[in-house]
Design a protein around this ligand. Sequence first.
Ligand SMILES: Cc1ncc(COP(=O)(O)O)c(C=O)c1O
Length: 423
Amino acid sequence: MKESQQTTADLMDRYVLGNYGRFPIAFSRGEGSYLWSEEGRRYLDFSSGVAVCALGHCPPGMQEALRRQAAELIHCSNLYHVRAQAELARFVVETMMEIPGKVFFCNSGAEANDGLIKLARKRAYDKYGAAAGKNEVITCQQSFHGRTLGGIAATGQPKVKTGFDPLLPGFLHVPFNDVAALREAVTEKTCAILFEPVQGEGGINTATPEYFAAAAALRDEFDLLLMFDEVQCGAGRTGDWCGWRSVLKGSGISVEPDAVSWAKGFAGGFPMGSFWASETHAGVLGPGSHGSTFGGTPLACAVAMAVLGEIESGGVLENVKTQNARIREGVAKWDFPVIRELRGVGLLLGFVLDTERMSGVDGFLESGNTPSLFVVNRAREAGLLTVPAGENVVRWLPPLNVSAGEVDEALALFGGVLAGMSV
Ligand SMILES: Cc1ncc(COP(=O)(O)O)c(C=O)c1O
């Protein structure tokens, strides 16, 4: 068969590692909140590359930044000073975090989290010495922190670890939002607590203000680092620059972390990760202690700056809150037996499915799919792209600049799918 006659799926099958379960579709074009398949069908994309395309597909400002910077300087080693890195770091510290500190740039969320783990261990090592063994990191069950060896060790889901022994030691996983279990787990060996303010892959679970407060109190009592993985929930997705600030708003509880990681939407689809460390701890990773060849290239930084700058100046954070309210209003009018709850913050939303009722849905049992995958497939067939989060939750992750009209279209498409699932 001639190469041109082979479908993308055939070629993928033949040449690309089969480590992903992929949906049977390939896209050739994207614009704003829409994607077009190779066959020319238009889809409303409420997955955004799993919380990546913060301003939708191919936003003009991002294209312009790519073009401009690509013509000037694409890569420059970290052997030298890099202006675009400095400017982006200033934005992260002064506008996003609003807490003094310093920033490291890398290429993905897992790498950013590896950096956090190294920061916490090195800080305890420098202060207490190797003999103290203060190197354990506490993370949560159902968490997701990435696919590197550090990431899978930190992740609180057995499915990502199986077969990869020996895992990096020094991680304890506690039930999410269980203050007593967290207290019980912390010892003199603990060097950090790391959690997602809103768990994404684990099913859109939001940390309670009391959990933040307890973690911060333990930080002070045991002299450890409090670190947030904002790879999915950060950089504006919750309607504020910082996911934890959205969660704590109105609770009367105020907590400041020691370190925070980002990736996904941080550069709107250009591969980039980063982490911030507070001024107190930023000096821990001195020359030679950590690095990345591609971390913080002029191109990546210029693109990230364009994306984050547009979120800041374009009223995008406000739009996240407005569209969240519109979605909630629309969903409040629904009465579909298979939906138990809509949860989440900003535009990081999860529809929780009623698993018992799902088993009565026509075609569900025969499909052999999990409830979330079944609904995601049906939605895609109807022209709406969504993402499973665990077995029972369907995620909506629209672009942060999604319009009211697109929200209404998604509500109509998803509502139509759910209406077809009589039980
Ligand atoms: C909270 C969280 N942390 C880390 C990661 C890993 O990021 P990456 O795939 O960029 O390594 C993810 C990816 O889904 C995530 O959701």
